[in-house]
Design a binder for this molecule. Structure first.
Ligand SMILES: [Mg+2]
Length: 109
């Protein structure tokens, strides 16, 4: 499923969804816990795929894409609740990657 949504579109879409509720976003520590839960669920999938810890018999492990989506959603909720523009955050990060870390990793020849 291909989409041309921007990060701002995604933030607006989630904000519109959240604002139908009397309490659109969890309190800060609950949002942080939700992010942490999703990181753990992502770790569980990765560990099952590549690590030594295999799934228990009959246990259904969610897929990697689903968990990355869950994590993205919780991050967007945090950004929205804190009025963070994710494009600004992204551009700041990329500026660091392109400047500070420019010679950090070995390049292809
Ligand atoms: Mg999840």
């Amino acid at each position: 499923m291909k989409s041309n949504k921007t990060l701002n579109d995604i933030q607006a879409e989630i904000d519109e969804w959240a604002n139908q509720f009397t309490k659109p976003y969890f309190e800060p520590l609950s949002r942080m816990a939700a992010i942490t839960e999703e990181v753990g669920e992502l770790a569980r999938v990765i560990n099952t795929m590549y690590g030594d810890k295999k799934s228990k018999d009959g246990e259904i492990i969610k897929d990697l894409e689903e968990e990355i989506g869950d994590l993205l959603f919780t991050l967007v909720c945090m950004a929205n609740a804190e009025k963070i523009d994710l494009m600004v955050a992204y551009e700041r990060k990329m500026a660091k990657v392109l400047k500070r870390d420019n010679n950090r990793f070995e390049r292809k020849l």
